[in-house]
Design a protein around this ligand. Structure first.
Ligand code: THU
Length: 139
């Protein structure tokens, strides 16, 4: 799978972002090992704490549909109205990293942080969540 396509999907997901409080819109596109893509956006709430990040929306959509084998996730984020070409990298929060560690291989799963389809970096889960606590720890 071309990471460009996954990034494009993350930008499309960002269009659905519901962020009336932070005005910070995030989109994610989660690629399964069999090539399916689940989009996710952040969804905020007047109660603040019930808010959900884009990455977790994508993961929970996938898992609730029976998909649990993942290859990569592309993430794009920035303040509402950010013009094309002016995005900064938006890194997943700690809670989302922990959700990734529940389902993904620490070395093989790739996190693609993108400013655009052409400007992105690829990180492993190990890099962004060192010393992860995973299901293996409970075996
Ligand atoms: N947010 C995400 O969707 N993903 C992240 O990894 C970082 C933060 C959202 C949560 C909240 O709706 C807004 O960005 C500002 O924190």
């Amino acid at each position: 799978m071309d990471y460009k396509e996954l990034i494009r999907e993350a930008f499309k997901a960002r269009e659905s972002s519901y962020a009336p409080y932070s005005h910070y819109n995030v989109g994610a596109a989660l690629l399964t090992k069999d090539g399916k893509i689940y989009r996710g956006c952040n969804i905020e709430n007047a109660g603040y704490t019930p808010s959900n990040c884009a990455e977790r929306t994508a993961f929970f959509k996938a898992v609730s549909e029976g998909d649990m084998e993942f290859e990569a996730i592309a993430v794009v984020g920035g303040p509402a109205g950010t013009p094309e070409g002016e995005f900064e990298y938006a890194a997943p929060c700690g809670v989302c990293r922990q959700v990734m560690a529940e389902f993904c291989d620490l070395e093989d799963f790739k996190i693609i942080l993108a400013k655009s389809e052409d400007e992105y970096k690829v990180l492993s889960l190990n890099e962004i969540l060192p010393l992860a606590f995973t299901p293996k720890d409970l075996e």
